[in-house]
Structure formats: structure tokens, C-alpha cells
Design a protein around this ligand. Structure first.
Ligand SMILES: [Zn+2]
Length: 204
């Protein structure tokens, strides 16, 4: 701690530590034993130094406070930014989900609307004309009749699934198939018998 010096009337140099310097402060001279007032200029000097120190500390404290405040503001801003970012993300996700839900709903509605129409159309479908055409084909060209018969039956099966009921003319197509396959069956049996007969003839 700094010491302050000033002369006594007897010529001795008096020394006083800063802590003891205050208005009305006194020091005893070690030589002449007189009690000497600390001169006002010494008191003024010390007071000024103290004031400067206090001011410097005040400035330092204010600076630190400002720094802390800035840091807090920056952090708050960053947090707000992050929060806003999260909210935007969530909003985007929510929108995407909503679009997907809407899309799914649309698809379902289209399906629901299409299904009754499809079913109504399938229920109106008749295979009587197809059966007549198949019969004519059987009579004129046998094989195309058989092919058309099978194709029409496959188509009728699909229609029946959509309609939920057997369409008209399917019975006719089945009857034609049985009748159409009958000659083929007879032919196969005859051919088989001939072959057996032939083998028997060769064997005998
Ligand atoms: Zn003295």
C-alpha cells in the first residue's frame, strides 16, 4: 500500500499509509512528538486516487455487465431462431401429412365412387350375345368356337366378381363348353379304342 510523505515543522519527513489518510487525520512526529495535521493536498491526492479507482472499477463492472447482457441476448436470439426453425419444420411436416391424408381421402373417395358405378355396369353385362356367337362359331369352325368359349367364360368370371352375382348368359356358355368338349372327348375315346384295337390286331 502506498505511503504518503510530508514534512514536519521540525524538518523530519513524516510518512503515513494511505489507509490512515482522511479529512481531519493526524500523525505524531517521531522526533519532536508533535501531533501534525495531514496536509489537505495529501488528503486531496488520496481522495482523488480513491475516486479514480472506484470509477475504474465501476467502468470495469459496467463493461462486464454489458458483455454478459450481450451474451444473454445473443443466446436468446439463437434459442428463438432454433425454436422458430423447429416450429417451421413441424409446420412443414404437418402440411405434408395433411396433403398425404387428403390424397388418401381422395383416392378412397374415387374408389368408393367408382366401385358402385363399376358394379352397376358389371350387373348390366350379359353374355347371351357371346353365347350365341360362340354357338355359331362352334357350328361353322369348331376350334375358334372353343377358344372364344373359354375367353368369354374367363371374362364372365371377372364380371361376376365385380358385380357380386353371376351375369346373364354364363349358364349358356358353360353348356356350350360341355357340348363343345363332348365331340373332342368322343374323338379321343374313339382314337383310343382304335389304337387298342390296332395293337390287339398286331398282337393277335
Ligand atoms: Zn517534528
Amino acid at each position: 500500500m502506498a505511503a504518503f510523505e510530508f514534512p514536519c515543522r521540525c524538518g523530519e519527513t513524516l510518512s503515513v499509509s494511505e489507509a490512515l489518510v482522511k479529512p481531519g487525520g493526524k500523525v505524531r512526529c517521531p522526533r519532536c512528538k508533535a501531533v501534525v495535521d495531514i496536509p489537505p493536498e495529501v488528503i486531496g491526492e488520496v481522495q482523488q486516487e480513491r475516486a479514480e479507482r472506484v470509477a475504474a472499477e465501476e467502468r470495469k463492472r459496467a463493461k462486464a455487465e454489458q458483455k454478459a447482457r450481450h451474451r444473454a441476448q445473443e443466446q436468446k436470439r439463437k434459442e428463438e431462431e432454433r425454436f422458430r426453425g423447429q416450429q417451421e419444420d413441424e409446420q412443414t411436416k404437418r402440411k405434408e401429412r395433411m396433403v398425404q391424408v387428403e390424397y388418401a381421402k381422395d383416392e378412397l373417395r374415387v374408389e368408393k365412387e367408382a366401385a358402385p358405378m363399376e358394379r352397376a355396369l358389371a350387373r348390366q353385362k350379359s353374355y347371351v350375345g357371346a353365347a350365341v356367337l360362340t354357338f355359331v362359331l362352334y357350328c361353322v369352325f369348331y376350334l375358334p368356337g372353343l377358344i372364344f368359349n373359354i375367353i368369354y367364360l374367363a371374362d364372365a368370371k371377372k364380371t361376376a366378381r365385380v358385380a357380386g352375382q353371376s351375369p346373364a348368359g354364363v349358364g349358356c356358355l358353360w353348356a356350350l363348353l360341355v357340348l363343345g368338349l363332348l365331340p373332342l372327348l368322343v374323338l379321343l375315346v374313339v382314337l383310343g379304342l382304335i389304337s387298342i384295337g390296332g395293337e390287339a390286331a398286331v398282337g393277335g
